[in-house]
Structures are given as structure tokens and as C-alpha cells.
Ligand binder design. Structure first.
Ligand SMILES: C[S@@+](CC[C@H](N)C(=O)[O-])C[C@H]1O[C@@H](n2cnc3c(N)ncnc32)[C@H](O)[C@@H]1O
Length: 267
């Protein structure tokens, strides 16, 4: 398929209501990868949309972002509702909803080992930046949040502004784009299996381009459908050898339905 034909497919997908807010680079790169496997236009478009659904569509809808913005309107008029409003936002997303009761413990576990950070990278952040009120750190700090949805990133910057943090949320594909920014601590929550589905070997490439001293990686222990299928054993078998190529595993712990690794740059 020619470059021009591929470009037309990407533009068409960008016009669809489901994917119009997504980073163009993400769609282009997935289109390039999938075009090596599917030759016909119809099957190629189907394959690209399938991938986009797996990495994005299954987690985010425009209606959720509208709800976030309505909740931020409330917060704007009354800053005393910070935790209450943030909690309502965290409840909108399956990943953050599962963590809701353990955020305090999670951040205590992390920062007791890493020290209180002056900067954080939150990669493929989803709604996680709305958990800042549970971090118990001396703010404002530099909080770099990256995701591929432009409306989500806009809402996060609005929130960061409200809590007097610099507006450092950016639309960025963390698999295919560079990560120049530095964070004392870097979060990669529930993302590496997705990255591998897009591009084999993406996890090690990602871990190599992050400059942080500490990386906190997590994996779900339950599928979106609610099934536990030996995920702890599977993920530890696949990813621990990847981690130990460059990092030391300082701690592994489970909270609710998620396993966390605290990694320190070491080799
Ligand atoms: C399962 S959610 C996890 C969200 C968050 N890390 C958490 O655990 O609360 C996956 C997120 O990754 C984002 N995403 C998918 N592919 C991405 C990419 N290549 N670069 C950056 N973000 C991506 C999606 O938009 C979605 O918000």
C-alpha cells in the first residue's frame, strides 16, 4: 500500500467520532505496523481500529471527559471540594476506580523508598493525575502527564492549574515519541502489556529511554471482563527479566487487583 493511501486511511480514522481526539502519530504508527500484515483496505482499517480499541477505546470515552469538565466546574467554584471532586473523577475510569481505596497506601509505599519527589512523570496517565491530592508530598511539583487523548490532556492541565501546579500535561505517544523530560519518579501503571500488543519489544525500549532514577510499574491482576487468569505468574515471568536488564527490583507488592514494582536504575 502506498504512503498516500495509508495517509488517507489515517485521516479517515481521525474523522471518526470515536478516534477524533487521539494523537495522529499513534494512528500513523499503528497503521504502518498493521499494513505489513493486512493488504486489503477493508481488513487493514478493521485491524487498525481493533488495535485502537484495545489501547484506548476500551478505556476512554468523550462522555467521561465531559463529566470530568463538569466536575472541574464545581471545583473551580469551591476549592474545598478538591478530594471529593477528584474522587468522583477517579471513579469514572476502571483503572483508577480499582485503586480508589488504596491510593494513600500506594503513595506511602512508593515515596518511603524513593523519597519525596520534586518531579514526576506519569506515562500513559489516563485519569491517574487526579490522584495527586492523595500523594502527601510538598507541592507544587513538576508533574509531567502524557497520554494520547487531547481532551483528556486539556482537562488534566485545567486541574493542574487549579491546584497551582505548572500545566505540564502533554499529548504524547510514549511508544513512538521521545521522552526528554526528567522526573525523579516515573509511573507506568497498567500499560506495558498494551505496549507489547502494539509493538513487540516496546517495553524494553520504553524503559531505556526514561531518565528517572525510580520507575514504578504496575500490572492488572484481573482482565477488563473480571477474570483472573494467572496474570501475576504470567506478567512476572515475562517482565521481571526485562526489568532486571537495566534496573534493580527494590520491591514488589500487591494492592487490591494490581501488582506494583518499584524499580531503581542500577546497571
Ligand atoms: C489502562 S489505561 C491506564 C491509565 C493509567 N496509567 C492508570 O493506570 O490509571 C491505558 C492508558 O494508556 C493510554 N495510551 C494508550 N496507548 C498510549 C501510547 N502509545 N502513549 C501514551 N498513552 C497511551 C490510553 O489512552 C489510556 O489512557
Amino acid at each position: 500500500m502506498s504512503f498516500k493511501e495509508l495517509e488517507e486511511i489515517v485521516e479517515d480514522i481521525l474523522l471518526s467520532s470515536k478516534y477524533k481526539n487521539i494523537n495522529k502519530r499513534t494512528i500513523s504508527e499503528i497503521a504502518k505496523i498493521e499494513s505489513c500484515k493486512y493488504k486489503g483496505k477493508k481488513s487493514l482499517v478493521k485491524a487498525i481500529k481493533n488495535k485502537l480499541h484495545q489501547i484506548y477505546g476500551a478505556f476512554l470515552t468523550e462522555r467521561d471527559i465531559e463529566k470530568i469538565n463538569r466536575l472541574l466546574d464545581v471545583l473551580e467554584t469551591d476549592s474545598r471540594t478538591l478530594k471529593e471532586t477528584s474522587k468522583k473523577i477517579l471513579l469514572l475510569h476502571c483503572s483508577t476506580r480499582e485503586r480508589i481505596e488504596s491510593y494513600e497506601t500506594l503513595y506511602r509505599e512508593i515515596f518511603s523508598l524513593t523519597g519525596s519527589p520534586k518531579s514526576i512523570l506519569d506515562l500513559a496517565c489516563g485519569f491517574n493525575p487526579y490522584s495527586i491530592p492523595w500523594m502527601d508530598i510538598c507541592g507544587p511539583i513538576e508533574y509531567y502527564a502524557y497520554d494520547i487523548d487531547s481532551l483528556l490532556i486539556e482537562s488534566i492541565n485545567r486541574f493542574l492549574g487549579m491546584i497551582n501546579y505548572p500545566k505540564l500535561a502533554i499529548v504524547k505517544d510514549i511508544i513512538f515519541e521521545d521522552i526528554e523530560e526528567y522526573g525523579d519518579v516515573c509511573f507506568i501503571f497498567k500499560f506495558l502489556p498494551t505496549a507489547e500488543r502494539v509493538k513487540k519489544g516496546a517495553s524494553i525500549e520504553l524503559l531505556e529511554k526514561i531518565k528517572s532514577q525510580f520507575i514504578i510499574v504496575s500490572f492488572p491482576l484481573k482482565s477488563i471482563g473480571g477474570k483472573r487468569k494467572g496474570m501475576l505468574e504470567n506478567y512476572s515471568k515475562i517482565f521481571e527479566p526485562v526489568f532486571t536488564q537495566r534496573y534493580i527490583i527494590m520491591k514488589r507488592f500487591i494492592l487490591e487487583e494490581e501488582v506494583f514494582y518499584i524499580l531503581r536504575r542500577g546497571k
